[in-house]
Design a binder for this molecule. Sequence first.
Ligand SMILES: Nc1nc2c(c(=O)[nH]1)N[C@H]1C(S)=C(S)[C@@H](COP(=O)(O)OP(=O)(O)OC[C@H]3O[C@@H](n4cnc5c(N)ncnc54)[C@H](O)[C@@H]3O)O[C@H]1N2
Ligand code: MOO
Length: 418
Amino acid sequence: MSELPANDSCASDELPSVLRVDAAREAILSVIQPITAVQKSPIRLALNHVLAEAILSPVNVPPFDNSAMDGYAFACADLKTTAKLTMAGKALAGQPYTERLHAGECIRIMTGAVIPAGCDTVVMQEQVTVEDDLITFPANVIAGQNVRRAGEDMAKGTSVFEAGRRLQAADLGSLAAIGVAELTTYRPLRVAFFSTGDELKPIGQSLNPGDIYDSNRYTLFGMLARLHVEPIDLGVVPDQPDALRQVLSDAATKADVIISSGGVSVGEADFVKSVLQQIGQVNFWKIAMKPGRPLAFGHIKSVPFFGLPGNPVSVMVTFYQFVLPALLKLAGQNAEKPFHIQVKTSESIIKRSGRFEFQRGIIDYDAQGQLHVRLAGKQGSGILSSMSRANCFILLDETCQGVAAGDTVTVQPFAGLI
Ligand SMILES: Nc1nc2c(c(=O)[nH]1)N[C@H]1C(S)=C(S)[C@@H](COP(=O)(O)OP(=O)(O)OC[C@H]3O[C@@H](n4cnc5c(N)ncnc54)[C@H](O)[C@@H]3O)O[C@H]1N2
Ligand code: MOO
């Protein structure tokens, strides 16, 4: 691999006493205690909530054996001696056939209708010949075909969901299917967040020389909004220790977790670490990663605090890699393995050893229909547009010294948060 790009915002890779990415994540998770406060809510309002109770099915789903096809139901044994059966009645979904079935008879049946007593098999109507009430069946009918068994989806008394599950759309349907109207879930996390920096202006105001618009509060808001949290937007805090102290102390009285962006490096206006040290505790503040090396993690009283770096890509990467797993654990959600896949890269990737890199990539199909990944443009930690273009992180570990086109790399697809 040749030279690094000139606009690399993290040029020095040789800083001492930095934590590895996995060690930092473990250190964070080891001090996060899940909340215990719960609430009851109707299932529709529980979408995206974390279940605080295990759910066993009180019923069978489906509740009865029923037809998977529009067609004819009968006792399969009857077809041993004849291919023709006489239609004796009709069963529709919600309108069961209740008479007794005699030998040599079949029932016209619709999808979802109860399988009448005495029947065990259904043939779809396209496969029979109908002459008035006489139905001729094909050969090779298999006993039990097209019958959906009672409880085959969710059996009475068995586990449907474990506590700690974050409820998805399909789950709401499953809960409705077993007749559950209300649930106990953990209450939403209260997440306070703010930006720091004298250069930051809120959108709607005009920019003076040296000013930029505050974008981090919007990316943070967007990622938090995808989770089930109560966001507490504390705005932009100037680069003044007193102001920071005030905002942080106040946030610790009302939030379950506090997130800031900016002011964590070594510049003359970077006060986050020193203020955290005064009013709380700094657990660590440097990680061997790019982007996102300066990340102050600590707590104020018992409230975890994440001081994310100010660069717009760094804020998103560190949120995804550290804040997200912490928020999920804090919210009571069961841990999940990160979803990583191996994909060929269609271009070479520049990387020097030392730090774990999260480059922004696009997983796509090439002209031959093969899955591949390519870079989502420039990789500087200020290139926020690369996050909008990307659909995954390309994970390059500390020892990697660049990747050639055609090599296989590990990618982490964005999971609906970015
Ligand atoms: N001498 C050193 N300088 C820097 C180092 C270092 O190790 N030694 N690390 C660099 C790295 S890597 C990063 S990342 C940044 C992180 O610094 P801070 O967290 O103190 O961030 P700021 O200096 O406040 O801002 C960095 C950059 O991002 C812009 N920014 C900040 N907040 C926002 C916002 N809310 N919306 C949009 N853009 C924002 C800010 O204007 C700066 O351009 O430090 C490097 N320096
Ligand atoms: O550019 Mo720094 O490593 O982004 O976080």
